[in-house]
Design a protein around this ligand. Structure first.
Ligand code: SF4
Length: 208
C-alpha cells in the first residue's frame, strides 16, 4: 500500500504573545471548565489519584500489545507506528503528547488510548480533533481518520474529525484564553458525579 517515509517538523521552542495550551486542557475544558482554571490561573497542589496512575499503567500495557499487532484493524497495510509523539503548533499555540501515531506516505492516523468503561465521550472527541490538527501541521499530511482505543473492552473506535469538531477546538481554545486573561473562575460542571473522584475537590468548596 504505502511506504512510510516521513520528516516531522522540529518542535517550536517559543510562542511569542500566545498563551500556550495543551490538548489535555481542551479535554478537561469539555469535562469541567474549572480544571484548566486551576492549572492556569490558580495553580494548586492536587492529589495524584489512583485513576491517573492506572492511566499510565494502561498506556504501557497497550503499547506493549500494539507492538505485537498488525495494522489491519486500522484498515491499513503499511505504516510506521510511533508511540508517545510530542506535537507542537506555533500557529495554534497548542502542544500535546499523542499516545500513538500511524504514519503512512500520504496520510497520518492518530490513536488515543483510553482507560474508560463508558465508551467514547465528547471530551475524547475534541481531544482527538486537536491531535489531528497538530499532526496535520507537524507532519504536513492529512488525517482522514482518527481512533480511540478503549483499553478495558479492547475496542477500537473510529472518530470522524470533521469541520464542526475542529471549529469546536478553536472555540474552546479562545474561551480558555479568555478565562485565563480575565482570571474568571468558571461554573462547576453540572455533572456532579464527576466531582466525586476529582483531584481538585478540595478547592471547590461551593459544591460540597
Ligand atoms: S470538584 Fe467538580 S467542579 Fe470542582 S474541578 Fe472537580 S469536577 Fe470540576
Amino acid at each position: 500500500m504505502r511506504t512510510a517515509t516521513f520528516r516531522p517538523r522540529p518542535p517550536a521552542k517559543a510562542y511569542p504573545g500566545v498563551e500556550v495550551l495543551t490538548v489535555t486542557d481542551l479535554k478537561q475544558w469539555a469535562y469541567c471548565q474549572r480544571i484548566p482554571y486551576y492549572h492556569h490561573v490558580m495553580p494548586v497542589e492536587f492529589a495524584r489519584t489512583y485513576k491517573m496512575q492506572r492511566g499510565r499503567d494502561i498506556e504501557a500495557a497497550v503499547q506493549a500489545m500494539e507492538k505485537r499487532r498488525g495494522l489491519r484493524r486500522y484498515g491499513l497495510e503499511r505504516g510506521v507506528r510511533r508511540f508517545g509523539v510530542w506535537l507542537h503548533s506555533p500557529t495554534l499555540g497548542l502542544t500535546g503528547k499523542l499516545d500513538l501515531l500511524v504514519v503512512c506516505a500520504d496520510a497520518c492516523y492518530p490513536v488515543d488510548f483510553k482507560d474508560t468503561e463508558g465508551g467514547v465521550r465528547y471530551n475524547h472527541r475534541i481531544q482527538l480533533a486537536a491531535y489531528a490538527m497538530l499532526v496535520e501541521e507537524n507532519f504536513a499530511r492529512p488525517v482522514p481518520a482518527a481512533f480511540i482505543y478503549l483499553a478495558p473492552s479492547r475496542r477500537l473506535v473510529e472518530v470522524a474529525v470533521g469541520r464542526a469538531l475542529r471549529r469546536a477546538v478553536l472555540g474552546a481554545m479562545a474561551a480558555i484564553r479568555r478565562m485565563i486573561e480575565r482570571e474568571e473562575m468558571p461554573e462547576a460542571t453540572p455533572v456532579r458525579a464527576r466531582c466525586v473522584a476529582c483531584e481538585f475537590q478540595n478547592y471547590c468548596g461551593d459544591i460540597w
